[in-house]
Design a protein around this ligand. Structure first.
Ligand code: IVH
Length: 673
């Protein structure tokens, strides 16, 4: 039986390589599955231990993820260049340092993913690390094992297998797979990933390797970092050997005798890169000869023998046809440019936010202006330049309105903020946004109640506040535009279901100024119910850890005016008025020796691996406190991607900031004990 097992393993490895690494499958998926199943059966029936490099062992293991492990040598980053001039300067510097020895350059694509290090001992994959801080990486071996294009064992061909081999590469998610992942996340109530890079990073850091296994991760190995018993003269040679050992390297590599040739290679890819199934944000240029690389050495951050030559963010030029004002939930007036439709990075763009009055003034944006739009990654397009040279004199300066465009109430400008507000709480535009917020995913989550429906409900006066939603009936609803009886039935059902929402969701859904998800949770932890909270005094609310005077005032102010609304919601039958709220959802743990215990944290921005609520739960479970705003009492700010004002505040108050990686490490520290 052992012979059959060994033969099967070799056969499956061969087909895995054909399929995942060389993209040339020789058998069907079904045939492959049969082989795998057979191997599993034989392994189960055999008494021999299953080696970790058996193809059946991709998911499992159970090692603690995220342990900090030192890199053999620092995992450096790359210096960037953005134009032909900067590239030439790199070439000149190299030539000067090498005293004009004839350097050749290897070029390859810069893959936009997450850098990792893979270590093989006697041909077996034993460890994988993230880049971490460059000196220490996090152990993500179990997650990397789930990637089918990471061989668990190197191929022994005409060459030997080295005793130790360490290679570095980039883990990524193909562009077209992001949509599927995001659809699944949204269905699960999780925020979508902004781009394939975040999706890859988030997937690699998951604690549960079986979830990682379900993500379509892939890898390209781009550097041989360390090898025992082999000598290679050039990077190009090392790539060839790595391919022979069965590692997956990107096929688009080249070797050039001059920097001018490198420039042409780059130009070829400026357009062609859009046809690739993965994101690339530039090319990487490397001095090919290893002896020259050693001579050139590195600074503390970058090697002097390599440079990234980045592609420009994608841009398009179009015209501003109109500037409209949108009224937000809290009455803030936001100017939006209506554009002559233009295609940018595969999407038709018709709008771009102008943020606020000040932005229009500083950039001197006028109606009729030609502008340059930019879209980096998958983010919302922004106006990066006004082409003032193209002006014809017919452009019109925009006068920011003094009245709300919807209810015509005079707007309010305050000195301490750039926002201009409509202060009429009865403003129809605000009401529509408030209802949208109440129904949104993180609040009451009423599916099927989109802007088109809300607009009609408010315009037809079927809904005057959020409580009116609960009185809606199928018949009148089905008469709305683009609604039929089935959709109307479904909507009524969804609204009915929302009655069971937990009290903190309802509180958040009410849209009180300054009461975001975290603050809502804090308030409910302390006061348990909306009734108790509505009776609380300013002092009582302010005494809650993490709640400042501004929030407290806003809450008191809201409840002093909203008793009728609360009564209406109670009569509608929201469960949170009748079921006694469970005061703390996460039991404060006994742990007193964890890094988190007795400390106060604020979480901001988006974390790739978990939602903010999940992060708060993890902290609380370790004895820490989570508050909504950064004050002098905050011990640490945990800053994810897109962190903004809280980040600035923490810098100002000199509060230590933990990156997402730091945070995950701290979480792991305790799990590792
Ligand atoms: S070589 C010391 N080659 O880009 C040289 N890096 O912005 C190490 N990257 O940290 C890097 N594709 O994670 C190299 N073909 C490629 C690459 C590549 C993507 C990543 C890598 C690096 C980052 C620097």
């Amino acid at each position: 039986m052992q012979t059959e097992i060994n033969d099967l393993r070799a056969l499956i490895r061969y087909h895995e390589r054909k399929y995942y690494i060389e993209n040339q499958p020789e058998i069907s998926d079904a045939e492959f599955d049969v082989l795998m199943k057979r191997l599993e059966e034989l392994e189960a029936a055999s008494d021999a231990p299953i080696p970790p490099d058996s193809p059946t062992q991709r998911v499992g293991g159970g090692a603690v993820l995220g342990t900090r492990i030192p890199h053999r040598n620092p995992m450096l980053s790359l210096n960037n260049s953005y134009d032909a001039q900067e590239l030439r300067e790199f070439g000149e510097r190299v030539q000067r340092l090498l005293e004009d020895a004839p350097a050749e350059y290897a070029t390859e694509l810069k893959i936009d993913g997450l850098g990792v290090s893979l270590i093989y001992e006697d041909g077996v994959f034993v460890r994988g690390l993230t880049r971490g801080d460059g000196e220490y990486g996090e152990d993500i071996t179990d997650n990397l094992r789930t990637i089918r294009s990471v061989p668990l064992r190197l191929v022994e061909t005409e060459t030997r297998i080295p005793a130790v081999l360490e290679v570095r590469g980039e883990v990524f998610i193909p562009k077209d797979r992001l949509n599927a992942i995001n659809a699944a996340r949204e269905a699960a109530g999780e925020p979508p990933f902004a781009n394939p890079r975040n999706a890859a990073a988030g997937s690699l850091r998951l604690q549960d390797a079986s979830i990682t296994a379900s993500r379509p991760l892939d890898i390209f190995v781009y550097n041989l970092n360390y090898v025992e018993g082999f000598e290679f003269a050039t990077h190009t040679e090392s790539l060839e050997q790595m391919k022979r050992w069965g590692l997956r390297c990107n096929p688009h590599t080249a070797c050039h005798k001059s920097i001018e040739e490198v420039q042409r290679y780059y130009e070829q890819w400026v357009e062609k890169r859009h046809d690739l199934p993965y994101e690339t944000d530039g090319i990487v240029v490397k001095v090919d000869r290893f002896s020259y690389q050693h001579e050139l050495g590195a600074t503390s951050k970058y090697p002097r023998w390599a440079i990234a030559y980045k592609f420009n963010a994608q841009q398009a030029t179009t015209t501003i046809e109109k500037i409209e004002i949108q009224v937000g939930r809290t009455g803030v007036l936001t100017p939006v440019a209506i554009l002559k439709p233009v295609v940018l990075a595969g999407a038709t763009i018709t709008h771009a936010t102008l943020h606020n009055e000040q932005e229009i003034q500083t950039k001197d944006i006028r109606v009729g202006d030609r502008i340059v739009l930019e879209r980096a990654g998958d983010v919302i397009p922004k106006i990066v330049e006004v082409l003032t040279a193209d002006r014809t004199g017919t452009e019109v300066a925009f006068v920011f309105p003094d009245r709300c465009p919807v209810c015509h109430t005079a707007v309010q400008r305050t000195e301490d903020e750039v926002a201009v507000r409509c202060v009429n709480v009865g403003c129809i535009a605000q009401l529509k946004r408030r209802i949208g917020h109440y129904a949104s995913r993180n609040a009451l989550q009423i599916e099927g109640l989109g802007p088109a429906t809300i607009n009609q409900l408010v315009d037809k006066k079927l809904v005057r506040d959020v409580a009116d939603l609960y009185a809606l009936e199928v018949e009148p609803l089905s008469k709305l535009d683009r609604m039929g009886v089935p959709s109307a039935r479904n909507l009524v059902h969804q609204i009915e279901q929302s009655k069971a929402a937990p009290v903190e969701k309802v509180l958040f859904g009410l849209g009180i100024f300054h009461v975001g998800e975290t603050v809502a949770e804090l308030l409910i932890e302390r006061f348990s119910s909306l009734d108790a909270l509505s009776k609380a005094t300013l002092e009582e609310i302010e005494s809650v850890d993490g709640i400042g005077p501004q929030i407290a005032e806003s809450v008191v102010n809201f409840f002093s005016q909203s008793q009728p609304l609360l009564d209406k919601l109670r009569q509608a039958g929201l469960y949170c008025f009748t079921i006694a709220a469970v005061p703390t959802r996460t039991e404060v743990s006994e742990v007193t020796d964890s890094f988190f215990s007795e400390k106060t944290f604020v979480v901001t921005g988006s974390l790739a691996g978990m939602t903010r609520t999940e992060a708060s739960k993890e902290i609380k479970a370790r004895g820490g406190r989570v508050t909504g705003s950064v004050t002098s009492k905050t011990d640490y700010l945990i800053a994810g991607e897109g962190a903004g004002s809280k980040y600035a505040k923490a810098l100002e108050l000199e509060i230590p900031i933990l990156t997402e990686t730091d945070f995950f490490q701290k979480l792991e520290q305790r799990a590792a004990e």
